[in-house]
Design a protein around this ligand. Structure first.
Ligand SMILES: CC[C@H](C(=O)O)C(=O)SCCNC(=O)CCNC(=O)[C@H](O)C(C)(C)COP(=O)(O)OP(=O)(O)OC[C@H]1O[C@@H](n2cnc3c(N)ncnc32)[C@H](O)[C@@H]1OP(=O)(O)O
Length: 303
């Protein structure tokens, strides 16, 4: 086979692998198509707030959880809207990164307690969790570098949302708190599974069983927080500071940044043999590509 033919073949294999992961996500929903539809109807019955998405020419998208009257709590319609926004990001070929933030100087106070009270039965609760797990898994698996910008508070489901991002940045007055135990609950949006992978099971156990408030120092110490912005919420342009921090990881063309994220996702999620295969396939999509040829032509020195 020619070099071009082999590269095309690897590209097709990679697309196939990515399609399989997306298919798995959709299948996770469609197994329960009837009940999934019924939980959509129930969620739709709790309107309020919005999830805004702004795709910028820099290749950074900003996803804003907005329900300021309720400290950006997730209404039912916001859960549905989040799924739609994630879908829009899945098909954003020019994208490199996404910043998840809350409106009006605070991150997110979890589920809207009014909706929670109305569906406080195990069946609806599990269906809501299944829906949110699916959306947040897709958010984490985006081929974009994601960052939660935590101003103010990230509570309950809001804390879980931060764990569905690759990085977490905090303002100096930021707090992440898994308040679930105080509510007689455990995380259900996949936040516990992701937290264990981020900070290890010992630290996760401490955070969940103690419903501990994680401030910037504590967060950095246990590896939950990647960087602290030296400003407090509502003080200065925190989004611009966040974008500035993120810029060190997204220099270069979108296909290369997306390839980096894809090999990290496969390394994180797949058994070694499959991860190695995916890595080879992704490698094949950038090897001999425009950015690679340009770099080779420059006779690089990495000082
Ligand atoms: C399994 C967990 C579950 C999930 O994963 O689905 C959850 O996420 S359950 C929700 C967990 N979150 C909470 O329990 C938050 C409870 N609220 C608070 O602790 C406070 O309101 C706080 C710390 C967010 C803000 O306190 P502050 O004194 O600054 O302001 P207010 O309390 O006056 O809040 C302003 C306004 O917002 C309403 N609010 C806040 N959070 C929620 C929420 N999650 N759902 C609905 N409404 C919320 C609060 O009631 C106030 O409204 P008002 O009409 O003025 O009373």
């Amino acid at each position: 086979m020619s070099v071009c033919g082999a590269a095309r073949c690897r590209l097709i294999q990679t697309r196939g692998a990515v399609r399989r992961i997306l298919q798995q996500n959709r299948t996770a929903c469609s197994h329960t198509n009837g009940p999934a539809e019924s939980i959509r109807e129930k969620l739709q019955a709790f309107p309020g707030g919005s999830i805004e998405l702004q795709k910028q020419e820099t290749g950074i998208a900003v996803l804003t959880v907005s329900n300021p009257a309720r400290m950006n709590a997730f209404s039912g319609s916001m859960m549905l809207e989040l799924e739609q926004r994630v879908h829009e990001l899945e098909t954003w070929t020019e994208g490199k990164a996404v910043i998840v933030q809350g409106a009006a100087g605070t991150f997110c106070s979890g589920s809207d307690l009014n909706a929670v009270r109305a569906i406080a039965n195990p069946h609806d609760g599990m269906k809501m969790c299944e829906f949110m797990q699916n959306t947040l898994t897709r958010l984490l698996r985006l081929p974009l570098i994601s960052m939660a910008l935590v101003e103010g508070r990230a509570l309950g489901g809001g804390a879980e949302l931060t764990t569905a991002c690759d990085f977490r940045l905090m303002t100096s007055d930021g707090v992440i708190q898994f308040v679930h135990k105080h509510m007689g609950l455990v995380p259900g949006w996949g936040g516990a599974a992701r937290l264990v992978r981020i900070v290890g099971s010992q630290n996760a156990l401490k955070l969940l069983s103690g419903a501990k408030k994680v401030d910037p120092d504590f967060g950095k110490q246990m590896g939950l927080v990647d960087e602290v912005l030296h400003c407090s919420s509502g003080e200065g342009d925190t989004l611009a500071h966040g974008e500035q921090w993120l810029s060190q990881f997204i220099k270069g063309p979108a296909p290369v940044i997306q390839a980096v994220k894809k090999v990290v996702i496969s390394g994180r999620e797949l058994p070694l043999e499959q991860a190695l295969e995916t890595e080879r396939n992704v490698f094949g999509t950038v090897w001999g590509g425009p950015a690679n040829l340009e770099a080779l032509a420059l006779k690089p020195k990495h000082k």
